[in-house]
Design a protein around this ligand. Structure first.
Ligand code: RB5
Length: 146
């Protein structure tokens, strides 16, 4: 189950990815937004990320104008490892090495064709574990710092 979230800057790209997930038969929950009316990306990041942390969804796909703002907001939620990507190598290795559970894309940065490639790589690449698990555990430990 994939959690989708976007602000107005990412709305159209979210819709393109939603159609792609439909074509693949991949289940998702769409947490909005549902139009190009202006909304604040932290408000749109939180509900899908909380669904991932709660185990209701496996991963989140998040969209804003740049992908950056919504990734910063997502990373504030304990248990979320979000990466803003616009290249396939990073989308692959953030799964292999970081066990990333939220991919963030910029609707004003990448086109739908590249976004589909990024999403497919992200959803189909497994975490390598091993020494990377030790490092991811150290990321999680940072969440306890004030
Ligand atoms: C909204 O205009 C824009 O700031 C937002 O979508 C995002 O790019 C922020 O990082």
């Amino acid at each position: 189950m994939i959690a989708l979230g976007a602000d107005h800057g990412g709305f159209e790209l979210k819709e393109a990815i939603r159609a792609h997930l439909d074509s693949l038969g991949v289940a998702y929950r769409d947490f909005g937004c549902f139009s190009t009316e202006s909304v604040d990306y932290p408000d749109m990041a939180a509900p899908p990320c909380r669904a991932v942390v709660a185990g209701e969804c496996d991963k989140a796909l998040l969209f804003c104008g740049t992908g950056v703002g919504i990734s910063i907001a997502a990373n504030k939620i304990h248990g979320i490892r979000a990466c803003c990507c616009s290249d396939v190598f990073s989308a692959k290795y953030t799964r292999l090495h970081n066990d990333d559970n939220a991919l963030c894309l910029g609707g004003r940065v990448v086109g739908a064709g590249l976004a589909i490639e990024l999403v497919d790589v992200f959803l189909n690449t497994a975490f390598e574990g091993g020494r990377h698990a030790t490092r991811v555990a150290k990321i999680t430990a940072l969440e306890d710092e004030r």
